[in-house]
Design a protein around this ligand. Sequence first.
Ligand code: PSU
Ligand code: MN
Length: 339
Amino acid sequence: MASWALSRITNLQKHFNPTNPTSKGERMVKISPEVSEALSLGKAVVALESTIISHGKVRNAISSEFGNSKEVEAIVRQNGAIPATIAILDGIPCVGLSAEELERLAILGRKARKTARRDIAHVVATGGNGATTVSTTMFFASMVGIPIFVTGGIGGVHRHGESSAYTMDISSDLIELGRTPVAVVSAGVKSILDISRTLEYLETQGVCVAAYQTSEFPAFFTQKSGCQCKLGDEMFPTITDTNINLQLKTGILIAVPIPSEHSSSGNIIESAIQRALKEAREQNISGSAETPFLLARVNELTGGTSFLDFLNEGLDIALVKNNARIGAQIAVSLSRLQE
Ligand code: PSU
Ligand code: MN
């Protein structure tokens, strides 16, 4: 057996052994047989979140949510890794879902609670169903020893969120990145949020932020945010391995820019966001009133709900798929590095 596999099993036994959970908390988590086997053998596993499945933008699009989530899992497999979608079902945190469980989440839709870290105990204790956000997905991925997690966009510091006079709205995703050693592959942060303050906040939390094949942090809909990213290299597997070996205990944010073929749709949304932001400034709309104003205005500017939803949703899933391909490749290289 490779030395890494040995050390990994030791590590898992110390923190979590999928085949022999020791603590009460560990016994509360259900790991699918496929993910459990992959973890025990030290194979590449990629965690996926479930807020995307249950809280997709089009209501009653169960088949598309289900289909999308299966396609994302298929892309992870095609690239040599095992997908582990994470959700809470009937109060049980599940790591790796069956097709039936994925479909159930799609059917539940918004009835599954959007579960950030603060909500975990309540959803589990009440036997509820939870669609996990980035923070919660990271928490469970880390608990079972999955080092790579793929999503679309992460939460951030809201505009004016730094000011306690306003909303103080800072996503718990950023705090989780500061305390959970999982590498999160995303398309960056939407410009509706305050990207430069989000990056400052991540720096304060000690989070390593790296961009894929670029030196500029991407803004989800566009490749550029105006914020430089010092680590614009492709050493993600090595960085992630080093982060684990040094036991830094902090997360890594790997930002992948929107692929060029989606740039034109991305630009339509981005220019509407920028125009809405300008109007908000001109009309002195700020604080908690700003986000609802921006969302409504972006909607109008892009021709109404259906067009916006179409663009938004198409892009959301296209970016998750692109990130899934890259995340799986990183997970495979990482597992080879650790052999
Ligand atoms: N940002 C996106 N797409 C998303 C989310 C954020 O561009 O799907 C979801 C993710 O699940 C993320 C959560 O973890 O919203 C953050 O929510 P909040 O801002 O309430 O922390
Ligand atoms: Mn928030």
